[in-house]
Write a protein of this length. Structure first.
Length: 416
């Protein structure tokens, strides 16, 4: 038991140390170039914007150090301080000895309580840090209503889902985890379809891109690249942040393309066309089913692990919970899996970066050359104050997208 707790503590410290070392290396690399950007970077960003991006990167990184240390301390306190078992016996006491709803409630209440300590940090990030660099467009009222809606959604969706899952545990016996996986994976697929239709509108306004030159242009691109889009939607991201983005959700005939209004404001029609071509590239190169399959494999492994841990009496008891109870095992797994999956993140990012190169290549061909894509990427880097000189280990570990310099090099090398 002591061995398990020591191993968990060691893994928590290891992750924190790795995080902090990578962040420190990254800051050193950014500072090293602060006064003399590499030629490839100087060609992309003008001096004042570059200085701003350096300041933004350093400030975000320093803020990240504080939040990482704080989060680790809170997690340690929660895991080893014995508060969760007290909460568990209190909440489970509200119902009968076998009642499912009290166990579901325990997980959800714990989830809400665990989110509270980091609220001041999230506030600071939005209204101090992002504000300082001109990215914050949110208001305190909107921020609070977002948080409340999040909690309501967590209960509205989480309660029936967890209830069904815990019910399956009792119903299916030792093979419950296969059924549990099927339930959760089915739910995930459903959410891919429902999220933009049901959840997103609770937070944002989605409107079809209006008729006109831009729409004709983007629709023509869709026809030409074998992607018949019914509509292209615009989301009012500018309500909260000046950062810009484009994304693609769903699969099969449920696919949809959503462009941030900030993106439309920042790019020329030709650059927007290139960005959309990149998104279509993800679709046409089959990245979406591949990503869904990957997440299914990971979820399957996760369920296998939860079932094994829940069966092993030492797991629950080490953290002060009664053995053979699924709800505590489930919560503990949710809290602890990150200290293991952290080390696999670079593999996922490596694959993601490969897909980004493929989508860029698709956009280059669709646009008849690399010019428009490069122009769009440069403009987005400037508008978002992207760090153009990350440390190699830092970007290799955390970046889901290649750096701008890497993407440009690949686009230019492939040529027209
Ligand atoms: Zn992409």
């Amino acid at each position: 038991m002591l061995l398990l707790l020591s191993a968990v503590a060691a893994l928590m410290v290891l992750r924190l140390v790795a995080d902090l070392i990578l962040a420190a290396l990254n800051r050193a690399e950014v500072r090293r170039h602060a006064n003399s950007p590499p030629p490839a970077v100087a060609a992309i960003m003008d001096g004042p914007t570059y200085s701003q991006s350096v300041a933004y990167t350093l400030e975000k990184s320093r803020f990240g150090v504080i939040t990482e240390i704080f989060d680790t301390l809170v997690l340690a306190l929660v895991l080893f301080g014995g508060v969760l078992p007290v909460l568990y016996s209190a909440v489970v006491g509200w119902g009968g000895p076998e009642s499912i709803w009290t166990r579901v409630l325990f997980v959800l209440i714990a989830g809400v309580l665990l989110g509270i300590p980091s609220l001041p940090f999230e506030w600071w990030e939005q209204f101090r840090l992002e504000q300082k660099f001109g990215f914050n467009k949110s208001t305190p009222g909107l921020w609070i209503s977002d948080k409340l809606k999040g909690v309501l959604l967590m209960f509205g969706i989480g309660f029936p889902l967890l209830w069904a899952l815990f019910w399956v545990v009792g119903w299916a016996g030792s093979t419950w985890w296969i059924w549990g996986f099927a339930l959760m994976f089915g739910f995930q697929l459903l959410m891919l379809i429902l999220y933009p239709k049901v959840i997103l509108p609770l937070f944002n306004k989605l409107t079809p891109l209006p008729e006109g030159d831009l729409r004709d242009r983007l629709m023509a691109l869709g026809d030409r690249t074998g992607f018949q889009a019914k509509t292209i939607e615009v989301i009012d991201g500018s309500k909260r942040s000046g950062h810009s983005n484009a994304y693609f959700t769903g699969f099969g005939r449920f696919r949809r393309i959503v462009l941030f209004d900030t993106l439309i404001a920042q790019l020329t029609p030709e650059e927007l066309e290139a960005v959309l071509a990149h998104e279509i590239g993800h679709y046409r190169r089959g990245h979406i089913p591949k990503m869904i399959a990957m997440s299914a494999i990971m979820m399957f492994a996760g369920f296998f692990a939860i079932a094994w841990l829940a069966r092993s009496t030492w797991f629950n008891t080490a953290f002060g919970f009664p053995p053979g109870e699924i709800a505590p095992s489930f919560l503990l797994f949710a809290l602890l899996s990150g200290i293991v999956t952290f080390w696999f993140a670079p593999l996922g990012n490596l694959l993601s970066r490969k897909y980004e190169y493929e989508a860029d290549d698709f956009a280059r061909k669709a646009m008849g050359g690399p010019g428009a894509m490069i122009a769009a990427l440069r403009k987005l880097a400037k508008k978002n104050l992207t760090n153009l000189t990350p440390h190699r280990w830092f970007s290799g570990f955390y970046y889901s997208h290649p750096t701008l310099v890497e993407r440009e090099a690949a686009l230019v090398k492939a040529g027209g």
